[in-house]
Design a protein around this ligand. Structure first.
Ligand SMILES: NC(=O)c1ccc[n+]([C@@H]2O[C@H](COP(=O)([O-])OP(=O)(O)OC[C@H]3O[C@@H](n4cnc5c(N)ncnc54)[C@H](OP(=O)(O)O)[C@@H]3O)[C@@H](O)[C@H]2O)c1
Length: 300
């Protein structure tokens, strides 16, 4: 039995479909079972719980051979933060998995480090450290920014004006990876015990600025409008004002400022050499998929 926490999310839903599709028993833990209806229809068992509530984790991990954490709290409202979800929630889940004798696959971020300026990256790193010292058999998967998420953000902000919104200057190169590729690697980590004790880091085929990504989306959608930029000053102001009342907006503004400035490039050659069957989905396929062309392919 595989317990998948975060199975209702962007990555989790693709991963759950891959795991149930190969006939593996999957239990999805969610705070709201209604969100997991599509996973139940694929044959997954659905359990209700919250990683902040240890009492709800003991029954969820019972009988699990592998626990997968694909949770995040970056964009959550009050009480849902990198500290409460990515750090403490993962600690609770790791300890529950360890007590149940389950192996653990932790979804983390490329750039996770104790001294990262990005709060999320520090919290992921602290969870990684706890897992490594927990005594459980573990695999950590670190990924760069999810391409489909940012295609959705840029597409939806262009819906009214025809011009996507870019936060900051938009000329910092960032590595984007397709969720399909990440799901294939996590599936590999779940099913291959040889990955235990390893950190697997995945990125996409190239580094792109937000301005370049916006231009590619505009071209695919047949639009010509250039991006509207939210100036860095406005982001700083937002972090210091609105962010005090709505901390999630402050976190997002600070994250946007950092994405506009820090090194988020990645060379994906290492993981492609280590796992030659892993898909490496190009931007063009993700853009076609947005227009209804299926993109999922199973690695050899
Ligand atoms: N998005 C990116 O660009 C990116 C890049 C690198 C790594 N990652 C990592 O990849 C993983 C998946 O990211 P994603 O973007 O696919 O996530 P997502 O779509 O935002 O989904 C988040 C998931 O977390 C679960 N969750 C949140 N709070 C929870 C709680 N208190 N208890 C139980 N579950 C909780 C949600 O489940 P319910 O709402 O059903 O409870 C949901 O399934 C995360 O670990 C993330 O840090 C993401």
């Amino acid at each position: 039995m595989i317990l998948l926490v975060g199975g209702t999310g962007r990555l989790g839903s693709v991963l759950a479909a891959r795991l149930t599709g190969r006939g593996l028993a999957v239990r999805v833990l969610t705070r709201d079972p209604a969100r997991a209806a599509h996973l139940a229809a694929q044959g997954a068992e659905v359990a209700t719980g919250d990683v902040r509530d240890c009492a709800s984790l003991a029954p969820a991990v019972r009988g699990a051979d592998v626990v997968v954490s694909a949770i995040q709290g970056l964009t959550g409202p009050r009480g849902v933060t990198p500290a409460t979800i990515d750090y403490q929630g993962n600690i609770n889940l790791i300890d529950a998995a360890r007590a149940a004798g389950a192996q653990f696959v932790l979804m983390s971020v490329a750039g996770a480090a104790a001294d990262s300026p990005m709060e999320l990256f520090r919290m992921k790193h602290a969870a990684e450290e706890h897992l490594r010292e927990s005594g459980a058999d573990w695999t950590i998967v670190r990924a760069t920014a999810f391409l489909e998420l940012w295609i959705d953000v840029l597409t939806s902000t262009a819906a009214r004006s025809g011009r996507p919104v870019v936060f900051g200057r938009g000329n910092n190169p960032i590595n984007f990876v397709s969720v399909a590729d990440v799901a294939a690697l996590v599936e590999h980590a779940v099913t291959d015990p040889a990955t235990r004790g390893r950190i697997l880091e995945i990125g996409g085929p190239g580094n792109l600025t937000f301005n370049q990504l916006a231009a590619a989306i505009q071209a695919a959608d047949g639009r010509t409008g250039t991006p509207r930029h939210v100036p860095r000053l406005a982001l700083r102001f937002m972090a210091g004002t609105v962010g005090r009342i709505k901390p999630e907006l402050g976190r997002q503004a600070r994250a946007a400022l950092l994405m506009d400035a820090i090194d988020l490039t990645h060379d994906t050659a290492g993981i492609r050499q280590a796992c030659p069957g892993l898909p490496c989905t190009p931007l063009s396929t993700c853009l076609q998929s947005k227009h209804g062309t299926p993109t999922m392919s199973r690695p050899a």
